[in-house]
Ligand binder design. Structure first.
Ligand code: TRP
Ligand code: SF4
Length: 326
């Protein structure tokens, strides 16, 4: 039987290069080998954005467009909205009963998010339960593997702990799931920090060439190269990492002109903006054309939800029996 994969993203902002290299490119490859379920985690988004969800609908539709434009194929994979499959909350409720508070309070991502998003009011009942819902997402589909980045590992461990506790209480129902760690190439934001929505330092998949040029012009370069005549250190320069990732063929040339002080950083940034724009040009065109026909995106999401619901309801039928719900 084809192995099954589930993964998801929260629709809390525009998708950017970090998402493309950190997840989407990998999803596109996995489609060839696995039966894939890709979920827009809107319930999870609402856990942190509940105070102002005004842009949530836009981000949900744009996520779908960005995924498809990046190569996720709705003919092969189910692309769906979490809240459109009712079983997620049902299984979440069942798990809520058996998860000790300590497991959640100790979760490193919980503590980290409270710190990072300190401007939001996240000392809530819902936010503490974030990983419980994620466990429900995963176990609902009886996924064999979950492609995620390193940061999500504590949630997968918790998922297995929850599955085991459920099995102990109600009989063997859930299998252990494996993380499928995605190797994330090092691509920092324009300010040299991790590329992230909360830092606003990203290049979005939908950015126009003008916006890309503006963002590239702000990028941090080798701090030791001050004058044009100073020789640069590409390995310490964020721009060089971009060249390496986006256009490996020209990285050698960049290395050469940088280390020999043959070209200035201003020109190097201008050139890079061209490279990034070219790289994203097909994705940008495809997402624009998809976004012109929202009805078509909604159709894809409805089809995805139908397929997901079928898998989810099979699991939930068994769970209801196991826990004594008639
Ligand atoms: N927590 C994940 C993130 O922030 C998103 C997510 C929600 C997810 N449910 C999931 C990822 C299930 C994998 C599987 O990136
Ligand atoms: Fe970085 Fe390019 Fe300047 Fe070298 S020339 S330091 S690679 S911006």
């Amino acid at each position: 039987m084809t192995k099954r994969i589930l993964s998801g993203m929260r629709p809390t902002g525009p998708l950017h290069l970090g998402h493309l290299f950190g997840a989407l490119d990998n999803w596109v490859k996995l489609q060839k080998k696995y039966e894939c379920f890709f979920m827009i985690a809107d319930w999870h988004a609402l856990m942190s954005e509940y105070e102002d969800p005004s842009r949530l609908p836009q981000y949900v539709i744009e996520s779908a467009a960005d995924w498809i434009a990046s190569g996720v194929d709705p003919k092969k994979s189910a692309i769906f909205i979490q809240s459109h499959v009712k079983e997620h909350l049902e299984l979440y409720m069942v798990f809520s009963n058996l998860v000790p508070l300590g497991w959640l309070e100790r979760c490193p991502t919980y503590k980290e998010q409270l710190r990072e998003l300190s401007s939001r009011k996240l000392h809530t009942y819902g936010f503490l339960g974030y990983p419980v819902l994620q466990a429900a997402d995963i176990l609902l589909y009886r996924a064999n593997a979950v492609p995620v980045g390193q940061d999500q590992l504590p949630h997968l461990e918790l998922t297995n702990d929850i599955a085991q506790k459920f099995n102990n209480l109600y009989g063997d129902t859930f299998k252990t799931i494996k993380p499928l760690l995605t190797k994330i190439p090092k691509l920092l934001g324009v300010d040299g920090r991790k590329m992230s929505k909360s830092y606003g330092n990203f290049i979005a998949l939908g950015d126009s060439p003008e916006v890309i040029e503006e963002k590239c012009s702000q990028m941090f370069t080798d701090p030791k190269r001050i004058k044009l005549s100073d020789k640069g250190h590409p390995d310490e320069c964020n721009l060089y990492a971009y060249y390496n990732l986006l256009r490996k063929g020209s990285a050698g040339e960049v290395y050469d002109y940088c280390t020999n002080a043959k070209k200035g950083c201003t020109q190097c940034k201008k050139d890079l903006s061209g490279v990034v724009s070219d790289y994203l040009s097909d994705i940008r065109k495809k997402r624009e054309s998809l976004l012109k026909d929202k009805g078509k995106i909604e159709e894809i999401l409805a089809k995805g939800a139908k397929k997901a619901s079928k898998a989810a309801s099979e699991t939930m039928d068994g769970v209801r029996k196991a826990v004594g719900l008639i």
